[in-house]
Design a protein around this ligand. Sequence first.
Ligand code: MN
Length: 734
Amino acid sequence: MGYTAEDELLIKEKWDDLLYSCTRICKNDEDWNFIKRAFFLAKEAHAGVRRRSGEPYLLHPIAVAKIAVDEIGLGVKSVVASLLHDVVEDTEYTVEDMERIFGQKIASMVDGLTKMSGVFNADTSEQAEYFRKVLLTLSDDVRVILIKIADRLHNMRTLGAMPMNKQIKITGETIYLFAPLAHRLGLYAIKTELEDLCMKYRFPQQYAEIKQKLADTDANRREYIEKFCAPIKEALDRDNFNYEIAGRVKSVYSIWSKMQRKQIPFEEIYDLFAIRIVFKSLPFPSEKTQCWQIYSTITDIYTPKPDRLRDWISMPKANGYEALHSTVMGPDGVWVEVQIRTQRMEDIAERGFAAHWKYKQAEGDVDEFDKWLNQIRAALNSPTENAVDFLDNFKLSLYTSEIVVFTPKGESRKMPFGSTALDFAYDIHSKIGNSAIGAKINHELKPITTQIQSGDQIEIITSDNAKPKAEWLDVVTTGKAKQSIKNFLKRERQNNIERGMEMLEQKMQQLNIQLNGHVLRKIIPAYESTTKEELYTKIGAGIISLDDLEKILKENSGRKLLKFWTFLIPQKKSNTPSEEQKESAKTTNKEAHAQQFEVAECCHPIPGDKVVGYHDPLTDKIIVHKATCDELNRLAAQHGKNIVKEEIQWSRQKAMSYLVTAELRGIDRKGILMDLARIISGDFNINIREINIKSHAGIFEGNLSLYVKDVESLNAVMDKMRQVKGIESIKRTL
Ligand code: MN
């Protein structure tokens, strides 16, 4: 056990290296001693343990501490916590020991780091969800997350020693969780390195290919960049800027992503590089003004693409990124992106936290350090509009078919992947679901139909007036929500039928009409329904109003016609009243009530038509059909005894016209319409309501609507029309 001489040598080398980095952060002996105590405890605790690569385990915490201080810019406490980060996880030491030896702050940081390791070691498909949850619980100290990123970066840098299955697991977590997290925290350089490392291990062949192609094209690119930059350099020198200008090639991973996304070969990636101008700003004018000054200089040389200007100085990105980006037309007709930023902006863009810390320290504002931590903490706890939603960057759903979301009080609930806010509402309680009108997802108002993501915090907004809609069945995915909605709709339909029936009966009472099958048969199609149930449901649900019920009943009853006409059943003279006569006498009694007759809807007889009466037992009315009516034939066949045996006569005629329609057919010729019109309105003085004629290949077909007094005059005019040259047939249709 313990360390070999060779180990000691390696450890000393790395430890000295770390100490050198710490000269930037240690202000006094206390700081130095704090770090040294942590180092010696870690050395003792991990003694004899080796990493898979064979090197002493201690080299890992040293490397993590170095990343924390060099690449993330963390301070003394973070270096201590980094050195101790695997002690509780892997050795006999407990969190209580840490508290006793290093104090409460370090103990809680180590505890947090241990918990996170637990998450990733647990072989559960829900680790991604727990990751988010752990992030939330740990957010009181963001340094824990930053150290975890440093830990992951070192593990990725040494991933080659791991077996294939571990490589896949670790790269998976890295690409979906750590790289986006690093990006969100402004650690651009770390994010890019994590992505490239993932690709190197997962897609080694493609990684090597792109690397090779970048190398092959390097000389040409350099040459072009030089040509592009020459006039800019000249102008910036003239203006006395203290600057650096260089071409920045895209990372292998981002080139590969673009090739995948756009399905294009390497050769078609036009933005392989960008030009970056980093300058040391003068105290006056403002950094922003100086950036725009350089922009102006460049666009005097190259024409800018108007829609490609990005001002992240006036409005920095949520992760703190500041720069001015523009795309200009370079030599040989190539669009080139130019990034303009100050040295301060460059540092922040590359190293995020570290740079923030450094610059705020330089200004002597010590509190800024904590202020920045608080900002990240706030973003983690309650993502708001200006802090990019943390989880947008996490592709958590790729891990599992389940997601974990949170109630406003922070209680977690598991939901199936693809769930909507409405599913969540029903998951809490069917009453909440039934009255849901919207949701606040991460404090942002969203429709209830919004699909929810792992880590979302959801507050359901309800209203007493809200109720489920049938469309909701297409929106929800959980069985519970579907069943609740179906139950509600079923209950509501039943209620609506009852309510609708009541409403219709009341209305009919007001109109003093008895509601029966016959009336229903008229109303149902008038309200575009097919069944009684549908009609009642629509009335009950308020979809149809009964305000026009009276009008509908009147229209259908043909009462208008009966204002001017009535029917008459002549009395037969007979000495011995037969059964037949008794029957007819009964019928005759009804002639006293003119309203007891009704003109049949099916055939629309007009005065003069030969008619037959049918006694409708439902309404106790006599429906008057044309004698030739098919419907009458059907009724006669099925309910022969209801056919009124006596001949029904038209009685009481007023000077009134009735609308009839007719179909025309014939051979088209010039002037035929004029001839017809002359006969109708000239010879017979009949009003034409409408005449339509369509001609096709020399044959015409048409419809004619006329107002006639009676059948006699109709027949006369039709006879006359048949004599018109070209007319082949005229047929009355109504
Ligand atoms: Mn570790």
